[in-house]
Design a binder for this molecule. Structure first.
Ligand SMILES: [Zn+2]
Ligand SMILES: [Zn+2]
Length: 195
C-alpha cells in the first residue's frame, strides 16, 4: 500500500495489541488516535477545531467527516473487524477531510480532490486511497450474493437468504431466471468511506 518516498506520520499501530482490546478500550484508543491526527493537522491550521467523534455510522461506510455535527463518524462494526486499517488509514483519511474543509475555500474543494490528496501525502505520509479493502461481511445488511443468467448481481439480506434456503423462489426482473446463491461477500470487498 505504500508509495515510494512516503513515511506515515502517525506511528504504525500494533495489530496484535489492537486485536486484544475490548470494545470500550478500542473506541477510547481510536479517539486518542484521532487526537494524534488532529494535532498533526493543527501544524498546518492551528485554529482547526477539535472534531468530536461518534461511532454511529452504519452499513458499508467506514468513516465520515460530518461538518454540520462538527466531528467524525466511524462505523463501530467495521472498526471491530478492521482495527489496523482504521488506525492507519481511516482516521487520517477522515481527518484530512476535516482539515481541508476548514481551510480557506476548503468547503468548495472536491471531496477527494487535489487538496485532500495533498494532505494525505504531505501531512500524513500516506497514499491517498479513496476506497479501502475492508471486511464488510458483518456490517453489510446484504451480505449474500446471488446470481442469475444475465449476470446482474443480486444481494440478499440474511432474512431473504433464509427464505430462499427454505424454498422461496426469487427471479431476476431483467432476465427472468431464478436467482441462485453464489457466496457470502468475502473479506476483500471494498468499502467506500463517505466524503
Ligand atoms: Zn438476470
Ligand atoms: Zn473520503
Amino acid at each position: 500500500m505504500s508509495e515510494r518516498g512516503l513515511t506515515p506520520a502517525l506511528s504504525p499501530s500494533n495489530a496484535a495489541e489492537l486485536d486484544a482490546l475490548d470494545a470500550t478500550s478500542l473506541r477510547a484508543r481510536l479517539c486518542e488516535r484521532a487526537d494524534d491526527a488532529w494535532r498533526l493537522a493543527c501544524e498546518i491550521h492551528p485554529a482547526l477545531p477539535r472534531p468530536r467523534v461518534w461511532f454511529d455510522l452504519k452499513g458499508r461506510s467506514a468513516g465520515q467527516a460530518h461538518y454540520g455535527r462538527g466531528g467524525l463518524r466511524f462505523n463501530a462494526v467495521l472498526l471491530t473487524d478492521n482495527r489496523h486499517v482504521f488506525f492507519d488509514e481511516i482516521v487520517p483519511h477522515e481527518m484530512a477531510h476535516w482539515l481541508v474543509f476548514h481551510l480557506e475555500n476548503g468547503a468548495r474543494a472536491r471531496p477527494h480532490g487535489r487538496e485532500w490528496k495533498g494532505v494525505m501525502r504531505g501531512l500524513y505520509g500516506l497514499t491517498p486511497h479513496v476506497t479501502h479493502r475492508l471486511d464488510v461481511s458483518r456490517a453489510s445488511p446484504q451480505p449474500y450474493l446471488y446470481r442469475c443468467d444475465c449476470e446482474t448481481p443480486h444481494r440478499f439480506t440474511a432474512r431473504r437468504h433464509a427464505m430462499a434456503r427454505r424454498g422461496s423462489r426469487y427471479a431476476c426482473r431483467r432476465c427472468g431466471s431464478r436467482l441462485r446463491f453464489e457466496r457470502v461477500v468475502a473479506a476483500d470487498t471494498p468499502a467506500v468511506p463517505n466524503a
